[in-house]
Design a protein around this ligand. Structure first.
Ligand SMILES: Cc1cc2nc3c(=O)[nH]c(=O)nc-3n(C[C@H](O)[C@H](O)[C@H](O)COP(=O)(O)OP(=O)(O)OC[C@H]3O[C@@H](n4cnc5c(N)ncnc54)[C@H](O)[C@@H]3O)c2cc1C
Length: 318
């Protein structure tokens, strides 16, 4: 099957997508006969700044007028599609790329699936696997209508064999007549440490069991002492005890730190998918039956306050 890997958004998003998409390609797309990359962005992209899998033989570049109007992207993607007609279009894992996958499938009368962990040719159909029911089950689905527009699951990190030379580049002139003047302006809110959590070696992951927002400064102090990053389960961010960029799990970040200390989280599947790749998991919970203990390397069954106070005391003593 002929495949297009679709990169979209700002240069920063595209570099992030490339890391995951290359990982997906190396694990999943051995059955494709021909593979090209499409880059759609409002920025001028120098393809040398992006590492491409050696399987990508050609790059098609299309420039939209603004990074914030999805209709412009959809127009660009459908125009490129008309020229090359791949059977599979693979998008990144972020929300914008996922929404493009679904909307592109609708426009091209194909089928879409988001959060895909694996895909396989099945006699003209595509067999895909994805997590469902908050990560409690993995579903295997057969999708039938080509083009198959997939967005990948988060967390692909495998380092593929990269092309020694950047692939051949073809520029697409769009000449769009779409009106974008309804967008009067936009403001990007910068989060303080957007990358810190996913690259940290030590993570403290706090759950609803920590009790209230007032407890967070103490946990931040502990995290600072350990030189790590603070992450959280969904109730913690939904209650605004911490920012959304701290969310760990199926709806947030997938982490693989050296050490993850889980404090006051029960161990729901949608949360643990975000920490299961940690090298060492330490769980602190006052309920000896908490599911988190089943996956923990070290299980500490106490009131978390006791654990935190003792740890801070020992760290101060060092
Ligand atoms: C579609 C979908 C997507 C989701 N995505 C995510 C996601 O990305 N991330 C996520 O986290 N959740 C996600 N969820 C929610 C998830 O299913 C759980 O509801 C959530 O993870 C529970 O958070 P928690 O463990 O902090 O809270 P709880 O399940 O309420 O657990 C609190 C724990 O704290 C312990 N505790 C209480 N007091 C103390 C104390 N003093 N000392 C020690 N331990 C104490 C309790 O024994 C309990 O085990 C999702 C759900 C759905 C449906």
């Amino acid at each position: 099957m002929k495949t297009a890997i679709v990169f979209s958004g700002s240069l920063q998003s595209i570099i992030r997508q490339a890391a995951e998409l290359n990982g997906y390609i190396s694990r999943n797309l051995s059955y494709t006969e021909e593979m090209e990359a499409w880059i759609v962005s409002a920025q001028e992209i120098d393809v040398k700044t992006i590492g491409f899998s050696h399987q990508i033989t050609c790059v098609k570049l299309a420039r939209v007028r603004t990074n914030h109007v999805a209709e412009e992207y959809l127009e660009a993607i459908t125009k490129i599609y008309e020229c090359t007609k791949p059977q599979i279009l693979v998008f990144g894992s972020d929300w914008f790329a996922s929404s493009l996958a679904v909307r592109t499938a609708y426009r091209l009368k194909g089928a879409s699936c988001i959060g895909v962990k694996s895909s396989q040719d099945d006699d003209g159909c595509l067999l895909v696997e994805k997590a469902v029911y908050s990560n409690h089950l993995t579903a295997k689905l057969r999708i039938r209508s080509s083009p198959f527009c997939l967005s990948i699951a988060k967390g692909f990190k495998e380092k593929p064999e990269l092309a020694a030379e950047p692939p051949e580049v073809e520029r697409f002139a769009l000449g769009s007549s779409l009106r974008t003047d309804w967008l009067l302006g936009y403001r990007c809110e910068q989060t303080e440490t957007p990358e810190g959590l996913t690259t940290a070696k030590i993570v403290i992951a706090v759950g609803k069991g920590v009790g209230s927002k007032e407890q967070i400064p103490l946990l931040e102090e502990l995290t600072k002492h350990l030189g790590g990053e603070l992450g959280a389960s969904r109730p913690v961010v939904m209650n605004a005890w911490l920012g959304m960029d701290r969310l760990i799990g199926a709806s947030g970040s997938i982490l693989s730190p050296e050490v993850c200390i889980v404090i006051g989280a029960s161990g729901a599947a949608a949360f643990t998918v975000g920490i299961e790749k940690s090298k060492l998991i330490v769980a602190v919970n006052h309920d000896e039956k908490a599911p988190i203990f089943k996956m923990a390397d070290v299980a500490i069954c106490v009131d978390y306050q006791e654990f935190v106070d003792e740890l801070i005391k020992r760290l101060h003593a060092e």
